[in-house]
Design a protein around this ligand. Structure first.
Ligand code: PNS
Length: 175
C-alpha cells in the first residue's frame, strides 16, 4: 500500500500543547510525519534551533512515525526533499484562516502536487500561541497548562534571571 508522508512546518518557539495536540492527530492519519522547524535568519527567536529541536525530539518520542528536522528556504522545497505529499497546518480560529489560506494557495502555486491539510487542535488550545506563551512567561505568569513540562522548565531556566531582575527592580523602586 502507498505510504503518505507529511511535514508539519513552523517556528515552534517554543512548542506548545497546541502543537503537540496537532502532532498527535497528524501521526494518526499520516504514515510518516516530519516536524520541520524553520531556520529563519530574519527572526530573533527566544530558543535556538538546537534547543527547539531538542525539545521537539523529546516530546515526539512516543510517536514512532514522527521525526524532527530543520529547514531553510521554501517549505515546498523541503517537502519535496523528504518526499512528503502533504503540508500539515493547524487552524485554531477563523482569524487564522485568511493567512493560512494565502500560504496554502501560494504553496499550491509553487508546487501543485503538494496538498495542505488543515486540522483543528482541541478547542481548549484555541487561544494558545507561542507568542502569547513567551509573553506570559516573560511577565512571570503561569504557563503550566499551556506547554509541556519540559518546555515550561526550559522557559523558566531561560527567563528566570530576567524575571528576577524585573521583580528586584520593582521592589527597589517600590512599585
Ligand atoms: O509557526 P509559523 O511561524 O506560523 O510557521 C510559518 C511557516 C514556517 C510555515 C512559514 O513562514 C513558511 O512556510 N516559511 C518558509 C518560507 C516559505 O515557504 N514561504 C512561502 C510560504 S507561502
Amino acid at each position: 500500500m502507498k505510504k503518505v508522508a507529511a511535514i508539519y512546518p513552523g517556528s515552534f518557539d517554543p512548542p506548545t500543547n497546541g502543537h503537540l495536540d496537532l502532532i498527535e492527530r497528524g501521526s494518526l492519519i499520516f504514515d510518516e510525519l516530519t516536524v520541520a522547524i524553520l531556520r529563519n535568519a530574519a527572526k530573533e527567536p527566544l530558543f535556538s534551533i538546537a534547543e527547539r529541536r531538542n525539545m521537539l525530539e523529546e516530546l515526539t518520542k512516543p510517536f514512532k512515525n514522527v521525526h524532527v528536522d530543520t529547514f531553510e528556504g521554501l517549505t515546498v522545497d523541503f517537502a519535496c526533499k523528504v518526499k512528503a505529499k502533504a503540508i500539515l497546518r493547524g487552524i485554531r480560529a477563523i482569524s487564522d484562516y485568511e493567512y493560512e489560506l494565502q500560504m496554502a494557495l501560494m504553496n499550491r502555486k509553487l508546487h501543485p502536487e503538494l496538498e495542505t491539510v488543515f486540522m483543528m487542535p482541541h478547542q481548549k488550545y484555541s487561544y494558545l500561541s507561542s507568542r502569547l506563551v513567551r509573553e506570559v512567561a516573560r511577565l512571570g505568569g503561569d504557563i503550566k497548562d499551556l506547554v509541556p513540562e519540559i518546555v515550561e522548565q526550559r522557559l523558566r531556566e531561560k527567563l528566570e534571571p530576567a524575571v528576577k531582575l524585573q521583580s528586584a527592580r520593582k521592589t527597589k523602586s517600590g512599585k
